[in-house]
Design a protein around this ligand. Structure first.
Ligand SMILES: Nc1ncnc2c1ncn2[C@@H]1O[C@H](COP(=O)(O)OP(=O)(O)O)[C@@H](O)[C@H]1O
Ligand SMILES: [Mg+2]
Length: 387
């Protein structure tokens, strides 16, 4: 099956800085693809190349059978003829135009007839609950309203593809949730094809039909949100999707040993290159999967208990966010406030603590600067443990 939209070998450099590096991207009709990656990895530049706001040095971009860019054959269809809608991080509304004129803008540059344009503008404004704001100027709107107007502008011309560049990151937490679910609902109702860029894993999990994880100008991985969450293919991905706890391990005779000399017995963990005594590996797991205990008696059977000492704690209402240290590594966890408040309030930094985790929550990776670790990942099934 040919994809609705495809970019191949896309390359964009600024001087000697390769920002988009032979990137391949394929999006199916109606799909909501989330492009997730840290700041500076080339997300915005990629979107700008797709819309035609930037000209790549090489590669091709095509909708179904229509090529809109080809670096070799010097095809470069201008932005307003690509029929792509774009929603920017900074809203980018024209300050001197009313909401009506702003939403109408894509229709104006596409030279749509005024009578069609009029109805479409009102309908798009209604979709994002901005029907009453049509005669206002952007300066008379809140941040959330401005971004909703920008979403209406992105959708009004029924583009083949809608690109969202971190559209929620300038909104406060409550508005962010509102606009996020509005975008989600619009996608479900209208079925447009979208690429949504974010560096926020919870946004990515909430919205994406599929995730594309970006690293240094390339797509490192395509996967479903569920699979990325459960089985991140590399330490880079694991760290990026909330597996903030990291243990450096070395292979001992009976299993893996942490920097504080705790033993983690990952049975049958004979994985290529990692089975030799003395081999190094790194484990990742989520703060949610680390438990705090009042004494060793409370450690559930099968869990790995670690020697830990208190670093800091912060009260958060129903919970405390606690940081402890195991040897050289800081680990974080969330402890139930009613259970742990009294003990934590009495504890000074350096106090010994008992923490534990289920070994099935660990993901173990080979230590490899180049991050070619996918093949060496332990699966939960072979990570059973005895304490
Ligand atoms: N117009 C430009 N000129 C020179 N360098 C740029 C330009 N635009 C972006 N860059 C560089 O490209 C890299 C990626 O930028 P960007 O695509 O904005 O990343 P992201 O959106 O993932 O944060 C950064 O190092 C940035 O400094
Ligand atoms: Mg950006």
């Amino acid at each position: 099956m040919t994809s609705e939209f495809r970019a191949s070998g896309l390359t964009k450099t600024y001087g000697s800085n390769v920002v988009v590096d032979q990137l391949d991207l394929a999006i199916e009709e109606g799909e909501f693809l989330v492009l997730l990656g840290p700041s500076g990895c080339g997300k915005t530049t990629t979107l700008r190349c797709l819309t035609g706001l930037e000209t790549p040095q090489d590669g091709t971009i095509a909708f179904k059978d229509r090529t809109v860019f080809d670096g070799q054959r010097h095809v470069n269809v201008p932005a307003h003829k690509r029929n792509i809608g774009m929603v920017f991080q900074s809203y980018a509304l024209w300050p001197h135009m009313t909401v009506r004129k702003n939403i109408q803008y894509p229709l104006t540059v596409r030279k749509m007839r005024k009578d069609i344009a009029g109805g479409a503008v009102e309908a798009a404004a209604e979709m994002v609950d901005c029907g009453k704001l049509l005669d206002r100027y952007p300066s008379q709107l809140s941040g959330g309203q401005q971004q909703r107007v920008a979403v209406a502008r992105g959708l009004v011309a029924q583009p083949d593809l809608v690109l969202f560049d971190e559209p929620l990151s300038n909104l406060d937490a409550r508005l962010r949730d509102q606009v996020r679910s509005q975008i989600d609902q619009l996608h479900q109702n209208l079925g447009f094809t979208a690429v949504f860029v974010t560096h926020d894993q919870s946004e990515a999990f909430a919205l994406g039909d599929r995730l594309a994880i970006m690293k240094s100008g390339k797509i490192a991985l395509y996967d479903t949100p569920e699979h990325v969450f459960e089985n991140p293919a590399s330490e880079y991905v694991a760290a990026f999707i909330g597996m903030g706890n990291r243990l450096e391990l070395r292979r001992g005779h009976d299993g893996w040993i942490t920097s504080a000399n705790d033993l983690i017995d990952l049975r049958r963990s004979v994985i290529r290159g990692l089975a030799d005594e003395g081999a190094a590996a790194v484990a990742r797991f989520r703060p949610d999967d680390l438990m705090l205990h009042q004494s060793t008696d409370e450690v559930p059977a099968g869990n790995v208990a670690l020697h830990a000492e208190l670093v800091t704690y912060e009260y958060g209402g129903r919970h405390f966010d606690v940081t402890v240290k195991n040897g050289t590594e800081a680990l974080t966890l969330r402890a139930n406030a009613s259970e742990h408040s009294a003990a934590l309030r009495k504890s000074k930094p350096g106090a010994p603590m008992v923490v534990s985790f289920s070994p099935s929550t660990l993901r173990v990776f080979a230590v490899d600067e180049a991050d070619q670790t996918a093949a060496a990942q332990l699966t939960p099934e072979n990570a059973a443990v005895t304490v």
